[in-house]
Design a protein around this ligand. Structure first.
Ligand code: BGC
Length: 394
């Protein structure tokens, strides 16, 4: 905790000298864009690439910023975080959210939920089946034998209603109709993304239903803390406050056991390079083709879940969440088929996700925390990705 405060103080020193007004930021961005030796993306994307009509609804790009110049760009197509500019160890604004430069690339076949708001149920449901009050429900199987991230057309592919109440927040709303993707109940969803005064990217989710249903919302931001387009994330340093995780079968469905991470490559209780043990002879790593697992977070309530530091940028991201689990996905299925806004391809393991969530396949594991939502109740949960500079980073 002490180290965290030190890094926050260091961060404030950096921003107060180099980027405490927007014109300085513009200069920093321009300078970076003109830089010929790097392709790292560090400009706010052009809104024009996001202004179109999909399913009869207008899409756009919304720019959120705080007084320190931290700037997020979010499109209401899928509620996607398209870019997130934060200062690195030299005060240079760096785009740490990997994404595309126009909405068409997100609609295309190579999209892997980049930056998206995920629902109704994030992660996998075994065989696309679950039972509620004795009634069986069947979902579209879009991931081998399983249903992943809401099914065929999850929340990542719908156009949300957007309202920007102030410079730093965006409210997205969506009514998922009774039966949509096989889920029961009209689900009214609200998501509020905020760039907070203390340099966090906050995700607040809210939902109500008129029939008993299941819900597990998350954001699928892909991060590269050295900058979109800067290569492997395997040298990023990761620490996760989880003594246990949920091992999976070959289709990435939890076996139901909750096992200690101690003496396994899943032990990130001490800060470790992401790639340090990724080639270990470990069955779980083989199943995930690397890290693609749910960590059982220690503690309850809004608490510190993880810290990641970019080995080149010194950018540190601290994750806080109310959720019981954290899916750490190391970009193992990135295929190098699409070009990001940086101009670089979505190559293998060039971004990672830390998806705050309830455990995968929760409806089929009564011992896991429940994701059932009943009429009259309100689903509410918050997670924050907070940025600072780690001066002691290599
Ligand atoms: C899943 C991965 C999947 C990725 C992109 C992650 O949340 O755990 O298995 O490849 O999303 O779809």
């Amino acid at each position: 905790m002490y180290k965290f405060y030190l890094t926050v103080i260091a961060f404030y020193c950096v921003v107060s000298t180099s980027c405490n007004n927007t014109s300085d930021q513009a200069t920093a961005n321009k300078d970076s864009v003109d830089h010929t030796t790097t392709t790292i993306s560090n400009a706010v994307p052009d809104k024009k690439g996001f202004q179109t009509t999909i399913d009869g609804k207008k899409t756009d790009l919304f720019i959120l910023k705080n007084a320190n110049g931290i700037t997020a760009a979010i499109t209401n197509y899928g509620g996607r975080l398209v870019s997130l500019l934060v200062p690195d160890k030299d005060g240079k604004f760096t785009d740490v959210a990997v994404g595309f430069k126009n909405v068409d690339d997100y609609v295309g076949p190579n999209d892997a939920y980049f930056g998206a708001t995920i629902g109704r149920v994030g992660n996998r449901i075994a065989k696309g089946m679950f039972t509620l009050d004795g009634k069986k429900y069947s979902l579209f199987k879009n991931n081998g034998p399983n249903s992943l991230h809401g099914g065929k057309k999850g929340f990542q592919a719908v156009v949300w209603d957007a309202m920007q109440p102030n410079d730093s927040s965006l409210e997205l709303s969506y009514l998922s109709k009774d039966g949509e993707e096989g889920y029961p109940g009209n689900l009214n969803v609200k998501v509020v993304y905020t760039v907070t005064a203390d340099n966090g990217f906050k995700c607040y989710y809210e939902a109500t239903t008129d029939k008993k249903t299941i819900v597990n919302l998350t954001n699928h931001a892909y991060f590269n803390l050295n900058g979109d387009g800067s290569g492997t994330i395997n040298n990023h340093i990761l620490q996760i406050n989880a003594d246990r995780y949920t091992p999976v079968d070959s289709t990435l469905i939890p076996t139901g056991k909750i096992e200690p991470v101690a003496n396994t490559p899943f032990d990130f209780t001490k800060a470790t390079a992401i790639g340090a043990r990724i080639e270990d002879n470990n069955q779980q790593l083989k199943y995930g083709k690397g890290y693609d697992h749910n960590f059982v977070l220690n503690g309850t309530g809004l608490r510190h879940a993880a810290t990641v530091t970019g080995d080149q940028s010194g950018i540190q991201m601290d994750v806080y969440t109310e959720e019981p689990g954290l899916q750490f996905y190391g970009g193992n299925f990135m295929q190098g088929k699409s070009s990001f806004k940086s101009g670089k391809k979505d190559d293998h393991r060039t971004a990672f996700c830390l998806e705050t969530q309830h455990y995968p396949d929760a409806p089929n594991h009564p011992s896991f925390p429940s994701i059932v939502l009943s009429p009259g109740k309100t689903y509410r949960t918050s997670s924050v990705y907070k940025f600072s500079v780690n001066k002691s980073a290599p």
